[in-house]
Design a protein around this ligand. Structure first.
Ligand SMILES: CSCC[C@H](NC=O)C(=O)N[C@@H](CO)C(=O)O
Length: 665
């Protein structure tokens, strides 16, 4: 009997739990429950209310597109987002509704604003108003007449007329007023936070169109209707939280000490001592103070990545494939407050006194569930995925560590096919970023590959997150130490796990797609490759994508006018005439992070050089196809990958050919 294993279609079983928002008294948790409906080709999401003491749960909003509950400080009300379908005639009308509701009245809600998007919201301490960062401005309906940068943005489309502005929204009347920041003509607000004393609103904002990675920190004083600049030219995530005494602001980001390879840190600014240097609370940790574990089973969340409770500032950091929750206070060192074991704390929220924390945790074999922790005592509260998981065979990855040729330790994992599944070969899977990590995030795709008989090997080569800043820094040197680490990992696993040298494939997405393209131009070891949302040419990447012009300059250290030769040296396309590996190219036609031209150039080059190649273009999808694409497209993508591996590693094509020939004879 064949084992019940994960397949492309088992995406439908996964319950996507997100946004665990705890009420200020710690008694209840509001969270989003989403399901993947493959037949209707949609994600259906609703909001649930969990009683922490009893574990009882009741629906608050039935959906089908409700998410992101954010409780008010009074503990009675909350706001949430409802996505509304718009038909062709309604094009241009806002697709999101910001709604206001009472926790004790399931179902009832009041519309307070129709918006095209919502970047951040923060309650006023009296629970009467919200500070909100809202995108405004739409592209032209027909001909696009553009004068700004970027033209488009992945997942958002044409944004050349869109700015993200700060507003105050009255939750009872829906009255909205823009907060005026001095001298800011063009702005993209990254985050907004209302101070606990109610008198100030902090805003982080990009205001240089050509350098949108520069963020300035403003404080707006409500009584005086005046904004003051606190800090300039910061980078990174840009999230902000106030100290409980409303004097300090903790900023999540950095000052580009290592360009975009720099870890996000917690920098604390004193709003009463302007010009003073911020205190860095996580520099000694030398870890990125955000969770960058890869997973393909997440659903959108509106929770902040930082929270300043009376016990300290809470944040998650990436560490060796895990993501523990830490706490830190000015003048002290970070300590772990929730150790997820072989797992990741994905999102969290805490009571203002810091006594109780709600969070989601996932592991490599369990999608997210909601947990609660009271001073070190952690309990799991939901079991949405238990029943279906118990009916399938999932193998557990084994971790390995090897010493690279320069003596540095590199980590990886190997996921074998579940017991009873015939082994057909193996795959080296490379993550994107490069500053993200593999580890203990749930990857449905990996279990699907293993379920089909392919062992999955995944590692964190140089450039990855979860280690020191130096480890993550491969600027100007793409395709060098990172490539060596990967190829040394390959030799290591072939020897240690006796993996067949002649049955290996390589695959990856984004930076992982770049590296896949690079690898097939530098070795013929692999029998097949699958390159997804990939980068093949840094020169065209520079000017066609949402972040291209500054990402390429920072990471590859060239522009089309400076070090042009280096841009080409580092482009996999340069080596396309050497490729022999049969390659499947998967790309989305609205991938504005790595535009479709990257796939087309590679495809044309491989075709013209006689390489067996297949190009799959997914319509109306973006860079996040494998993580949040339309369910039917996600299934199709996985099927295409399995077919390609079956043809090239498991000899399916030869078998079919032989069968046809036998039939003809
Ligand atoms: C100019 S795109 C560079 C690659 C891209 N980096 C940032 O967006 C990337 O690798 N993205 C990763 C991580 O989000 C991916 O998996 O898509």
């Amino acid at each position: 009997m064949t084992a019940r294993v994960l397949t492309p279609e088992t995406l439908r079983n996964i319950v996507l739990v997100s946004n665990p928002a705890i009420t200020p008294d710690g008694g209840k948790i509001l969270y989003t429950v989403a399901r993947i409906n493959i037949d209707a080709d949609t994600y259906e999401s609703s909001i649930s209310l969990l009683d922490v003491a009893t574990g009882f749960e009741e629906p608050l909003q039935q959906g089908p597109s409700d998410s992101c509950p954010i409780p008010a400080p009074n503990g009675r009300h909350y706001v949430f987002i409802r996505r509304v379908e718009r038909d062709r005639k309604q094009r241009g009308q806002p697709g999101l509704e910001l709604r206001f509701a009472s926790i004790d009245r399931p179902g009832a809600s009041r519309l307070i604003a129709r918006v095209h998007g919502l970047v951040s919201v923060s309650w006023s301490p009296d629970s009467l108003r919200l500070a909100a960062a809202i995108p405004v401005g739409l592209p032209d309906e027909d001909v696009k007449v553009v004068e700004t940068l970027p033209v488009w943005f992945n997942g958002k489309g044409f944004i050349y007329k869109t700015q993200v502005k700060p507003f105050i929204v009255d939750v009872y009347s829906g009255y909205m007023e823009e907060i005026k920041l001095d001298d800011v003509k063009w702005m993209q607000v990254a985050d907004i936070a209302w101070s606990p004393d109610g008198r100030k609103i902090a805003v982080t904002v990009s205001r240089v169109m050509e350098k949108p990675y520069l963020r300035d920190l403003y404080v707006y004083y409500l009584d005086e209707d005046r904004a003051e600049l606190v800090a300039e030219k910061l980078s990174g995530f840009g999230e902000i939280v106030w100290s409980p005494d409303s004097r300090y602001i903790a900023y999540l980001g950095h000052r580009r000490e290592r360009g975009f390879a720099t870890h996000n840190k917690i920098l604390v600014f004193d709003t009463e001592d302007r010009g003073s240097e911020p205190e860095c609370l996580t520099c000694s940790l030398d870890r990125n103070a955000v969770n960058t574990a890869n997973s393909d089973v997440r659903f959108s969340s509106c929770l902040k990545k930082l929270q300043w409770t009376r016990k300290g500032i809470l944040f998650v950091a990436s560490d060796h494939g895990r993501a523990p929750l830490y706490s830190v206070e000015p003048g002290s060192e970070p300590t772990i407050v929730i150790d997820p074991g072989e797992g990741v704390v994905d999102e969290f929220s805490a009571t203002p006194d810091g006594a109780r924390i709600a969070y989601t945790r996932m592991t490599a074999t369990e999608p997210r569930e909601v947990y609660v922790s009271d001073g070190g005592n952690a309990r799991r509260l939901t079991r949405h995925n238990d029943t279906w998981l118990s009916r399938y065979k999932l193998s557990k990855p084994e971790k390995f560590v090897f010493k690279a040729s320069d003596g540095v330790e590199v980590e990886g994992w190997i996921l074998r096919p579940p017991e009873g599944v015939e082994e057909k070969g193996w795959v080296l899977y490379i993550h994107g970023g490069p500053k993200t990590m593999f580890g203990y995030g749930f990857m449905h795709e990996f279990h699907v590959l293993a379920g089909r008989g392919y062992t999955v090997v995944y590692t964190n080569p140089r450039g990855s997150d979860g280690y020191s800043e130096e480890f993550a820094d491969i600027r100007c040197r793409y395709g060098e130490r990172d490539y060596q680490d990967l190829m040394e990992a390959v030799e290591y696993v072939i020897e240690r796990y006796r993996l067949p040298r002649d049955k290996a494939a390589v695959m990856g997405g984004s930076y992982g797609g770049f590296m896949t393209n690079w690898i097939i131009g530098h070795t013929d070891l692999f029998k097949a490759a699958v390159t997804m949302r990939s980068i093949s040419n840094w020169i065209s990447m520079y000017g066609t994508t949402d972040i291209g012009w500054y990402f390429v300059e920072d990471q590859i250290c060239c522009t089309p006018w400076r070090n042009f030769e280096h841009c080409w040296e580092k482009s996999p396309l340069k080596y396309a005439d050497r490729v022999k590996t049969p390659t499947l190219i998967i790309h989305s036609n609205e991938d504005y992070r790595c535009w479709l031209d990257q796939a087309l150039q590679l495809y044309t080059a491989l075709k013209l050089h006689g390489v067996e190649t297949r190009l799959a273009i997914f319509p109306n999808e973006n860079h996040d196809l494998s993580r949040s694409g339309k369910p039917k497209h996600r299934v199709k993508r996985l099927q295409l990958i399995l077919e390609w591996l079956d043809e090239h590693l498991a000899g399916k094509k030869e078998e079919e050919k032989a069968g046809r020939e036998a039939g003809n004879a």
